[in-house]
Design a protein around this ligand. Sequence first.
Ligand SMILES: NC(=O)c1ccc[n+]([C@@H]2O[C@H](COP(=O)([O-])OP(=O)(O)OC[C@H]3O[C@@H](n4cnc5c(N)ncnc54)[C@H](O)[C@@H]3O)[C@@H](O)[C@H]2O)c1
Length: 369
Amino acid sequence: MSAPEVVVFLRPGCHLCADALDDLDALRAQEPFTVRTVDIERDDRLHARYLERIPVIAVAGEELCDFAVDSERVLTAVRDLRERLATASGGARAAAASRPAATPAPAAAAVTARPPERRLEAVPPEPAVPAVAPRRIVAQPMSTLDATPAAALDPDEPAADPVPEVRLGVGQAERLSRYLQVLTQARKMGRATMSSQELSAHTHVNSTQIRRDLSGFGRFGKRGVGYDVEELVTKIRGILHTSQHVGIVLLGAGHLGRAIAGSDVFGDHGFEIVAVLDNDPAKIGTPIGDLPIGDVRHLGEVVREHEVVVGVIASPAKAAQGLADELVEAGVQIIFNYSGSLLRTPAEVTVHTSSPAVDLLHALYYYLA
Ligand SMILES: NC(=O)c1ccc[n+]([C@@H]2O[C@H](COP(=O)([O-])OP(=O)(O)OC[C@H]3O[C@@H](n4cnc5c(N)ncnc54)[C@H](O)[C@@H]3O)[C@@H](O)[C@H]2O)c1
């Protein structure tokens, strides 16, 4: 009779998954079973189905728990499966004994005689992932994505580069940016640590989601102490690739342009305003922040010379489309648009329009509705 098998749907580098494997390992002392891991990154359907829930633990096709091991449910399911396997093998032996020799035995067909409540639909077999014992699962390289150095898995060690090369989903990238904004501000306020609940309160992302977002990149934080702000800022900046230099050209040196140039709003995140350009002869050549205001007619040269990545438009709305066209012509693919103008740009260009009213409208809806 084969041993009951527990299947764990997981993702390389997911530390909730690593914890689940450890927990299952401990449970095997009470009830023997084998563990098979299924890497959801290898199958689009599994990825779509389980990404938000991993680790998902299943026995005999029934999903028992997600996020963490529910010991009681797993043990009960394993015992139940063992009994069914025993019955099946006993039944098969009895059937084989009474059957004419030429008829093949029905193998473990009786295992499925009692269908579980929530069967995994059409989960394909995973021949590439062998059934192995939990300890070996941890030791084997889970995938090429798992580039996190061992030190980063230790909460007492600072998280070091290199950061695993994982393509983030849009939602995760957006949330990581929000965590980074709050952590950067906390660091400026002299905070050394921050709890996930606090980070949650400031970002409006629930703390389970925060832990899940970060779990793929190393083990952060200590129970009762929270996240190390400096460590997490460094790590998220690495993940978002903002630890590299990003040059910005600011177009419009009026009230808003002057406020942006004189603030840390971009500098806090490693963005450098390399030039401020305007078309007003009275302003050109005068200082703004540490820079002299340049002539907007040199926009193309400035973009090429400073390898500008982002163009920030702080001009009146009527000038914005012309400036956007010139930025695109010069090769800029990210435009941050403070003017209210609805810009037309090629599909490959990302336009972010900043409007303080948007958040207010959103908040007001919940207030008024
Ligand atoms: N989203 C926000 O948070 C926010 C807040 C305030 C203002 N705004 C918008 O930002 C823009 C700037 O506001 P402001 O108060 O600084 O206006 P402003 O009039 O003080 O400054 C505009 C600047 O743009 C320059 N300019 C005009 N045409 C130009 C061109 N073709 N090339 C380069 N420079 C040019 C002007 O010379 C001037 O220096 C406006 O569109 C305004 O509605 C947005």
